[in-house]
Design a protein around this ligand. Structure first.
Ligand SMILES: Nc1nc2c(ncn2[C@@H]2O[C@H](COP(=O)(O)OP(=O)(O)O)[C@@H](O)[C@H]2O)c(=O)[nH]1
Ligand SMILES: [Mg+2]
Length: 464
C-alpha cells in the first residue's frame, strides 16, 4: 500500500532538496508532479485539488523559499498536508464511552471484512483492555455466516451469542443486548450482513438495528483494494445510516492508497483501524502522522517498535542485541533472529516501515519478499555442527558439501548464506560505530552496503 505514491513523492522531494535555492516556479512544477502522483494513486479529485492548493499557498511564501533548506521546508508542508488529509495527528480511538454493555455495530458490503474485523476487535479489546466481549452475528443472509462468527469467537476465546434459527436481525440484536446485560459483558459487537452492493433493504436493516441498540460506534468496514469505490460506499453508508468510524481492510494488498487519503475529506468519518491480513492479530490503529511519514519515505519507526513489542520475545531480543553490540553474533543467533522475523509476519511489510527501506524494496521489485529463503537458511543452519555455528570461518569445501546434503540444499546456497552472514556482521559493525543516535539520524540506509540504500536522501531526513 502507498508504494507507488511514496516512490513518486520521495522522488519529487529528493529533487527539490538537491536544488538548494528554490523559485516559485520550481515549487509549482513540483506541485504539478505531486498532483499527478496523487491522481495516479486514486485519490479523489476534490481532495487532490484542495491538497495542492493548500500546499501551494503555504509553500510559495518568502519564508519558505528564502529558508536555509527550502526543499525540506516544502516537504514539511506536504507532510503536514498529508497528515491533515489522513484525518489529523493522532489515532482516533474507538469510542466505548457508554453504559455497559456497549454496543458496537459493524456495517459494510459483503466481503469487506466485517466478520473478520469483529473477531479482531474482540481480540484486541480482550487482550489490551481486559474487556468482556460478546460477539453476535446478525447475518441471516448467508446460512454459514453465523457459524463463521461462532468459529472466530472460539479462536479468539470470547463467547458468541447462541444461534437461534428463524430470528430477524433486530430480534438477534435485542437478544444480544439482553444477554450482554444479564451476563455482565462490557462490549457487544454486532456483526451485520452485507450485500454485494448498496441497496435500500440493507440500509433499512441497519437503521432498524441502530434504532434498537443505539450503538456507541457504527464502524464501517471497507476494502482498501476497491479504491474510489470504498470512498463512495462510505459516503452512501454515512448518508443513509450515519457512520462514526471507518475500518479499512486489506492494507496488506497493493492498493494504491487513494481511498485512505480521501476518506476523511469525503465522508467526514475518521479511519480508526486498519486490517493488514487474515490473521486475527492483523489489526492496527490508524495514525495519520505515521502513515504520512511512510508515504514520504520517512518510515514508521513508532509503528514498527509497537508491532515488535507486541510480537517479539523480549528476553531473546535483548540477548541478541547484546551479542550484536559485543560483536559476538553467530549463526545460532541468526537462526533465532529468523524465528523472530517470521513471528513479525511479512518482511516487506516490515521493510515498508523502515525509513529509506521503501526504495530498497522498490529496487527488489513489487512482489512480497520471498520468505522461503529464510526457511532455507534455517534448514542450512540446523545441519551445521555447534562449532560451525559459533565459528563459520571453519566451514570449508567438505563441510559445505555435508551441510548442503543434510539440509537438502546446494553448496551454492550454503555459500550464499555464509556470504550474507558476513554482510550482516559487517552491518552490525557499522551499527556499533554509528550508535542508535547516528542510526536515527541517517536512517537504515546507513547500514546498507554502498549502492543498496538509495544514497543519503533515502534515509530518514529530519523534518523538524
Ligand atoms: N488480506 C486480507 N484479507 C482480509 C482482511 N480482512 C478480511 N480479510 C479476508 O476477507 C475475506 C472476507 O472477510 P469477511 O470477514 O468474511 O467479510 P464480511 O463479508 O464483510 O463479513 C476473508 O477471507 C477474510 O479472511 C485484511 O485486512 N487483509
Ligand atoms: Mg460477514
Amino acid at each position: 500500500m502507498f508504494e507507488a505514491l511514496s516512490g513518486r513523492l520521495s522522488g519529487v522531494f529528493d529533487g527539490l532538496a538537491k536544488r538548494g535555492a528554490l523559485s516559485e516556479a520550481d515549487v509549482l512544477e513540483a506541485m504539478r508532479e505531486v498532483r499527478l502522483a496523487m491522481l495516479d494513486a486514486d485519490v479523489a479529485l476534490p481532495v487532490v485539488k484542495d491538497f495542492v492548493n493548500k500546499v501551494k499557498e503555504r509553500a510559495v511564501g518568502a519564508e519558505v523559499l528564502d529558508s536555509i533548506s527550502p526543499g525540506q521546508a516544502v516537504a514539511k508542508i506536504v507532510n503536514d498536508a498529508l497528515i491533515d488529509a489522513l484525518g489529523g495527528a493522532g489515532a482516533v480511538p474507538l469510542n466505548l464511552n457508554a453504559a455497559a454493555p456497549v454496543p458496537v455495530l459493524m456495517v459494510g458490503l459483503q466481503g469487506s471484512g466485517k466478520t473478520t474485523t469483529s473477531g479482531k476487535i474482540a481480540l484486541r479489546l480482550k487482550t489490551r483492555e481486559r474487556k468482556k466481549v460478546l460477539l453476535a452475528s446478525l447475518d441471516t443472509q448467508r446460512p454459514a455466516a453465523q457459524l463463521q462468527l461462532a468459529q472466530l469467537a472460539e479462536q479468539v476465546g470470547v463467547p458468541s451469542l447462541p444461534i437461534v434459527a428463524g430470528q430477524t436481525p433486530v430480534d438477534i440484536a435485542h437478544r444480544a443486548m439482553d444477554t450482554g446485560r444479564r451476563e455482565g459483558f462490557d462490549v457487544v459487537i454486532l456483526d451485520t450482513a452485507g450485500r454485494l452492493s448498496i441497496d435500500e433493504a440493507l440500509m433499512e436493516e441497519v437503521r432498524q438495528v441502530r434504532a434498537a441498540t443505539q450503538p456507541a460506534e457504527t464502524l464501517l468496514v471497507v476494502d482498501a483494494m476497491t479504491g474510489q469505490d470504498a470512498v463512495n460506499t462510505a459516503k452512501a453508508f454515512d448518508e443513509a445510516v450515519g457512520v462514526t468510524g471507518v475500518v479499512m481492510t486489506r492494507m496488506d494488498g497493493d492498493a494504491r492508497g487513494g481511498a485512505a487519503l480521501s476518506m476523511k475529506a469525503i465522508t467526514g468519518a475518521p479511519i480508526k483501524l486498519t486490517g493488514s491480513g487474515e490473521k486475527l492479530d492483523a489489526l492496527e490503529e490508524f495514525h495519520p502522522e505515521r502513515v504520512a511519514g511512510r508515504i514520504l519515505g520517512l518510515g514508521d519507526i513508532a509503528g514498527l517498535v509497537e508491532k515488535a513489542a507486541d510480537t517479539l520475545d523480549h528476553e531473546e531480543g535483548e540477548r541478541l542485541a547484546k551479542k550484536m553490540m559485543a560483536g559476538k553474533f553467530d549463526l545460532d543467533d541468526y537462526a533465532s533472529q529468523i524465528r523472530q522475523i517470521n513471528k513479525l509476519g511479512s518482511i516487506s511489510g516490515i521493510m515498508g516501515m523502515l525509513p529509506g527501506m521503501g526504495k530498497l524494496k522498490e529496487a527488489m521489485g513489487d512482489k512480497e519478499l520471498d520468505t522461503s529463503i529464510l526457511k532455507k537458511h534455517q534448514a542450512i543452519i540446523s545441519s551445521m555442527t555447534k562449532g560451525e555455528r559459533k565459528n563459520p570461518a571453519i566451514i570449508k569445501a567438505s563441510r559445505k558439501k555435508r551441510i548442503a546434503a543434510g539440509s537438502g540444499t546446494t553448496v551454492q546456497e550454503v555459500n550464499k548464506l555464509l556470504k550474507q552472514f558476513d554482510m550482516m556482521s559487517d552491518m552490525m559493525k557499522r551499527f556499533n560505530k554509528l550508535g542508535v543516535k547516528g542510526l536515527m539520524r541517517q536512517g537504515m540506509s546507513a547500514l546498507m552496503p554502498k549502492g543498496m540504500g538509495g544514497g543519503p536522501s533515502g534515509g530518514g531526513r529530519p523534518f523538524r
